[in-house]
Design a protein around this ligand. Structure first.
Ligand SMILES: C[S@@+](CC[C@H](N)C(=O)[O-])C[C@H]1O[C@@H](n2cnc3c(N)ncnc32)[C@H](O)[C@@H]1O
Length: 199
């Protein structure tokens, strides 16, 4: 149990590391409005979700939505089932009341999203192909609150599809807010974007 964060810090058994999880946590503490909504696309076994949920609980958020196929990324040829482990992690941290799980394809889920359920912070860590990452951006930008934040995980040289999604956000009027710098050889980057303020 982490004294600093007040929850069972999960093992880094997904594709996240501590730096990026803390980055997400701190972004939520700093920017998520009270009663806000945080959404994650790509949760795998729930490592990043635990950090998102812990920060959201501290901010008295109205909820967290966790979106995943739970069967791996088709464009990476993955086939497994991470749903049971994900749910176990939610239970262990008593996050079940806060986190709504949507099992399915992120693009399909966007189609049935209720417009009034504005998203305040969106963490995109799903399909990293250019097509998949850019489509998550175009699908979810219209669902984002005016001052909402989008975080692109793996925004680094090893994931050109994610870099393209970042460029797309730039063309849609977003600017870089803060980041974890990735290593040229090992990756590990993450970038937060916010809409440019109109002055
Ligand atoms: C890089 S992992 C996410 C890692 C996770 N954030 C963590 O903390 O370990 C990518 C996840 O995205 C999911 N995924 C890939 N394409 C998806 C899609 N189109 N819709 C929903 N989930 C998808 C995969 O099932 C996989 O669990």
């Amino acid at each position: 149990m982490s004294c600093l964060y007040g929850f069972w810090v999960p093992p880094y058994d997904g594709m996240m590391d501590e730096r990026r999880c803390r980055f997400l946590y701190d972004l939520i503490i700093r920017h998520l409005p009270k009663n806000g909504l945080a959404v994650e696309i790509g949760v795998f076994k729930g490592c990043s979700t635990a950090w998102v949920a812990a920060a959201s609980r501290r901010k008295k958020a109205r909820g967290v939505v966790a979106i995943d196929l739970f069967t791996g990324t088709p464009s990476w040829g993955e086939t497994w089932d991470t749903y049971p482990e994900f749910m176990k992690r939610l239970e262990r941290n008593a996050f079940k009341d806060l986190v709504r799980v949507k099992r399915g394809d992120s693009h399909q889920i966007a189609l049935s999203w209720k417009k009034e359920e504005e998203i305040d912070l969106l963490h995109i860590d799903g399909d990293h192909s250019e097509e998949g990452a850019c489509r998550d951006v175009t699908d979810y930008v219209p669902l984002l609150a005016r001052s909402g934040i989008i975080v692109l995980d793996d925004h680094d040289a090893l994931h050109p599809g994610v870099l393209k999604a970042g460029q797309l956000l730039g063309s849609l009027g977003f600017e870089e807010l803060s980041c974890v710098r990735g290593d040229l050889m090992k990756g590990g980057g993450s970038m937060a974007f916010q809409r440019k303020r109109v002055v």
